[in-house]
Design a protein around this ligand. Structure first.
Ligand code: SF4
Length: 467
């Protein structure tokens, strides 16, 4: 997927003006946030589980090489072929090569954010291979020629009426806006491809070192069809997805669906270990696992290392007031919301995603919701510091930050300036006590008035109170 993150501000403005998107996003918000809150409240020792899972993810990241080698050894023992891809291009070339060597004409895919990241569909289609997305949300977006706007619910920005229009055109059937009927229609449209595809491509939520197993979490069962029916199964996943044991998985799976959509457990957990064995009634003849680095290992030992804990639940974006209003496409790449505001600059370069670490109110909700305790606001703050040090922000902004820093590190000067600032702001507010326009800071007042301060600073009031 081509990076458009450098256009975040323009794209965000367009999304804010899109009334249909605003209405669709509003409907989704309550469902995710309330669902998670209820599931967490019912669970009990949630904080203990979060701490336990954060620690187990850290343990893996600190020994990533050893866990990956163990995974490779066990997966190979069960008949899979493990491929290592340092870059997105290498990963695409490996998959395309497997497909062409085996005469693959049609590929069915279950949802894989890594495959979006490396633009795998484009590469396969360029090689003359037909790619069919089978996750319902991804299927809708393939018809709409759009990228996902959410990592768990890719078509969350679409209404059922928009889906009905797409299906009417693609399936040549009467328009229907009943959701179960639309789902049935998609299932019927996909059935032949499920049964006749030569190769299935899946992602992996986790890969388990002790058994060489890849693991996919879905609600539609499409991953089962993709991984077991075609003669070749290819898993494309990031190196950081490795975990140690099935027991670790048992802990993480308590966190993942609750954090994602408030489910206690997903409908399907698909564990795939190796190829079809003598006596097996189904399963692939070949299993390939492509482990993609594409910038991940360079985060190990860096300020951004905690980001590798991410289990792609989407809770941070569901709780982010910026994401809730602008939606995923504004972020301009595969990963939206707070996790994308860290991952995108880390993977595609801070110079190509300069607005993302600033696309946050720093309310802290993302860090509270994150099941593996990733300190997202701290990581965004670190990226902002890097931007400042590398002179990647406009000179006016850098000058303002330098002046601010000069003032706040001198208490006397700060007290003087804040006293005068409060008086001037109170005077601008006038009788209405509202500021309609702030010179040089009109982004704050473009869509709302700012209440004028009382004319006295907190220090003044504190002193007056005699405390
Ligand atoms: S950063 Fe945390 S909350 Fe966001 S997707 Fe990753 S695990 Fe989930």
């Amino acid at each position: 997927m081509q990076v458009q993150s450098m256009h975040f501000k323009r794209r965000a403005s367009e999304k804010l003006d899109d009334a249909l998107l605003q209405s669709n996003m509003k409907k989704a918000k309550g469902k995710f946030v309330d669902g998670r809150a209820k599931a967490v409240a019912e669970f009990g020792p949630w904080e203990e589980l979060r701490s336990h899972c954060a620690a187990l993810r850290d343990r893996v990241i600190a020994n990533l090489d050893a866990y990956l080698v163990e995974f490779e050894r066990n997966a190979t023992r069960r008949g899979a072929v493990v491929h290592w891809a340092e870059t997105a291009e290498e990963a695409c070339a490996i998959v395309a090569d497997i497909a062409t060597k085996n005469g693959v004409r049609t590929v069915t895919k279950s949802k894989s954010m890594v495959s979006e990241e490396i633009a795998l569909n484009d590469r396969l289609e360029a090689a003359g291979i037909r790619v069919v997305e089978t996750d319902l949300g991804e299927y809708i977006l393939q018809l709409a020629h759009e990228p996902p706007s959410h990592i768990v619910a890719p078509a969350v920005h679409k209404s059922k009426e928009q889906v009905a229009d797409l299906f009417q055109e693609a399936h040549d059937r009467p328009r229907n806006t009943d959701i179960p009927a639309l789902t049935r229609e998609a299932r019927e449209a996909l059935r032949d491809d499920f049964l006749n595809a030569d190769m299935g491509i899946s992602g992996a939520n986790f890969i388990i070192a002790e058994t060489g197993t890849t693991l996919t979490v879905t609600n539609e069962g499409n991953a089962d069809m993709v991984t077991t029916v075609p003669r070749i199964h290819c898993v494309v996943t990031g190196v950081e997805k490795v975990i140690g044991t099935l027991e670790d998985f048992a802990s993480l799976i308590r966190l993942l669906p609750r954090s994602a959509i408030g489910q206690t457990i997903t409908n399907y957990l698909t564990l795939t270990t190796g190829t079809k064995m003598p006596g097996d009634v189904d399963g692939p003849e070949q299993m390939h696992i492509v482990l993609v680095d594409a910038g991940r290992t360079k985060l190990v030992g860096s300020d951004l290392e905690p980001m590798l804990r991410c289990i792609r639940c989407g809770a941070c974006m569901n709780h982010c007031p910026v994401y809730q209003n602008v939606g995923g496409h504004a972020y301009g790449w595969v990963y939206p919301g707070p996790m994308g505001s860290v991952l995108t600059p880390a993977y595609v370069g801070l110079e190509n995603a300069g607005d993302l670490p600033n696309a946050a109110t720093f309310c802290g909700e993302c860090a509270v919701a994150c099941p593996v305790k990733i300190p997202l606001p701290d990581l965004m703050r670190k990226l902002r510091e890097q931007q400042f040090d590398r002179r990647l922000r406009p000179w006016g902004e850098r000058a303002a930050i330098s002046m601010w820093s000069f003032a706040v590190t001198r208490p006397g000067l700060y007290a003087f300036l804040s006293r005068w600032g409060a008086r001037v702001a109170s005077w601008i507010g006038g009788r209405e006590k509202l500021i309609h326009k702030l010179p040089g800071l009109d982004g704050w007042t473009k869509g709302r008035d700012m209440p004028a301060p009382a004319g006295r600073t907190f220090r003044d009031l504190y002193r007056e109170g005699g405390r």
